[in-house]
Design a binder for this molecule. Structure first.
Ligand SMILES: Cc1cc2nc3c(=O)[nH]c(=O)nc-3n(C[C@H](O)[C@H](O)[C@H](O)COP(=O)(O)OP(=O)(O)OC[C@H]3O[C@@H](n4cnc5c(N)ncnc54)[C@H](O)[C@@H]3O)c2cc1C
Length: 351
């Protein structure tokens, strides 16, 4: 499957579809070769499932809330981000919560988050790349198809604009989205995408104009709660994340995956209402939850792989490559490793 390529040099051009953590990790390695790199993302900015949403004066993380580290390779990257200040350790005050009570939760694992919001990390990576003269990023550009031409690959966006040609195209979108781009051109990559099913997840939010009620035997500054409830699996208090200067109570409410899939096509306001009702159910009946001043929900159609995969990345001699968390497990570290190692392979650096 993995065909050795000629080392990438400053003469080469690479297009990267997506600007999430895997794409940015790949671009960072490729940039060291001097090759010209162009990133395309359909969203307004970089980040993908690590992006944050602004509501009023606050920022909500609606995708990954935290990440952990298992490999020394990723730890060195995280250490550099800690030094830079775009990442911090969080949370340290976690609970397991249900309608029958709250217990402290400590599994001994150090977790990290972007500071002051998850998007600070991907923003930092994107900014450091785009200050380089040979790297550019096109936001709000949905790549709709690829075209093989004699000297490489062209990319065509949803408005019909054509980019390229490029020697290599790296696709970092979740596998079902990558499939639609490679299906016409590469049966091996297309089959790999088809085997990687992604699960969906609703992520809700609730913003309050006053603090949540205090609970007996629960630290008033609790930061995150894993929840036992059919609809709700996690509550995260955004204002407790490091580097925040607004104390406004703003919660991210991540839904259970089974529940998300059963309600995938429901309206977002209905989902938000049900997640707030689930939140209410984990507070004792003796306390009153204030009425939120703003609620909403975001549908992640491809939130995480349904099962662990075994390939870190895939590439073919025709210049097409796939990276992202789809091919391992749905973790920030896996996404980063996927992009980073693909970058190393493309510049032919020994691993
Ligand atoms: C609700 C939720 C909770 C999570 N919790 C955790 C957690 O606690 N810990 C953890 O480690 N991980 C968690 N994750 C997983 C983590 O966020 C992902 O593993 C990681 O962010 C994936 O990065 P990626 O670069 O592979 O993909 P993405 O971040 O999805 O990046 C892909 C990018 O491609 C873009 N794109 C797609 N198609 C196109 C196209 N045709 N044209 C242009 N652009 C395109 C998208 O806009 C996106 O920006 C969570 C994810 C979700 C959704």
């Amino acid at each position: 499957m993995v065909t050795p390529l000629l080392p990438l040099t400053a003469r080469h051009t690479v297009a990267i579809i997506g600007a999430g953590i895997s794409a940015l990790a790949c671009a960072q390695v490729l940039a060291s070769s001097g090759a010209s790199i162009t990133l395309f993302d359909k969203a307004r900015g970089p980040g993908g499932r690590m992006s944050s949403k602004r509501r009023f004066d606050t920022k909500l993380d609606l995708g990954a809330q935290t990440f952990s580290v298992r490999s020394t390779e990723f730890q060195s990257a995280v250490d550099a981000w800690l030094d830079n200040g775009c990442v911090a350790t969080w949370p340290t005050r976690t609970y397991q919560a249900s309608s029958t009570g709250w217990q402290t939760l400590n599994d001994g694992q150090t977790r990290y988050t972007g500071a002051p919001s998850m998007s600070a990390l991907t923003r930092y990576l994107a900014d450091s790349l785009t200050t380089l003269p040979h790297v550019e990023l096109y936001a709000q550009t949905l790549i709709a198809s690829l075209k093989r031409v004699h000297n490489g690959w062209q990319l065509i966006d949803s408005r019909g604009t054509c980019y390229g040609p490029y020697d290599h195209v790296v696709i970092s979108a979740p596998a079902p989205q990558a499939y639609s781009l490679v299906a016409e051109w590469d049966q091996t990559l297309a089959s790999a995408c088809q085997t990687r099913e992604q699960r969906a997840c609703w992520a809700g939010w609730a913003i309050f104009d006053r603090p949540l009620p205090r609970l007996t035997d629960v630290d008033p500054d609790w930061q995150m709660a894993r929840v036992t409830h059919p609809a709700l699996r996690l509550v995260s208090r955004n204002q407790t994340k490091p580097g925040r200067d607004t104390p406004q109570e703003s919660l991210s409410l991540l839904a259970q995956l089974d529940w998300s899939e059963a309600h995938l096509e429901d309206a977002a306001d209905l989902i938000a209402e049900q997640l707030v009702a689930a939140l209410r159910s984990i507070f004792p009946t003796t306390v009153t939850l204030p009425t939120p001043i703003d609620v909403g929900a975001h549908r992640w159609r491809y939130a995480q792989p349904a099962s662990p995969g075994e390939q870190i990345y895939l590439y073919n001699a025709n210049g097409l490559a796939l990276c992202g968390d789809s091919y391992l497990t749905g973790r920030v570290e896996d996404a980063w490793l996927s992009g980073h190692r693909l970058g190393e392979a493309l510049i032919n650096r020994p691993l």
